[in-house]
Ligand binder design. Sequence first.
Ligand SMILES: Cc1ncc(CO)c(N)n1
Length: 232
Amino acid sequence: MKFSELAHEKSTSLWLSSKNHPFIKGIEDGTLPLSAFKAYLIQDNYYVKNYLAIYDKILATSQDSQVIDALKSGIQAITAYDVDQQNGIYQGLNMTDDEIQQAEILPTTYHYTCHMHHAFDSYGEVHALAALLPCPWLYLEIFQEMLARKDYLKGTQQIYIDFVNSYADETFQGYVHEMIQLLDDLVNKHQDELDMDLLLQQFMYSSAEELRFWQMTLLPEKWDSFTTAQSK
Ligand SMILES: Cc1ncc(CO)c(N)n1
């Protein structure tokens, strides 16, 4: 079994929880308050910046031309699907640069981005790529499945329809498949020296963080609940 297949299988229930999450259902039926979507976008702005920063760290140190080529085209995909698309949405929602840059980074965003940096800093590029993969792959699955449902997006807002269509489109799918292939090739190349359990853990942690990411803006999450002693 390929590493990607194993990781995907082990993450099934976590991914299902994301797919059924009220945030996702709210995008589909239009009940997600715009305030929650805005809060998500603000956290995601920081997240995507860090995602690209990890790509840069890998590009600056990798000796593997397959990794370098794939990440260079990956940067273009992230720029088109995450950065440029989100910039368009910010404008549509009248969100200012100050509002985005000065917002507080919430615990889950901080934790998820630290996890991805840690995977690279402590274990190197293959582990980092395992931590990075659930991000685009899960989005592709969530939004392709949403589009495939017969009455998808009935009554939802145009801004949500555009968001879903973008992450479900063929070019994005091509990028995701390239990243899956890259990781499987690297696992084969480095089979003897890789700790497979640790590698799987990188992917699983990120799958859990993706679920927390939806929850964070709906709760909404607050640092107070982390910085106040609780008896239970
Ligand atoms: C948290 C998160 N996961 C996945 C994606 C998709 O690239 C994103 N933009 N943000």
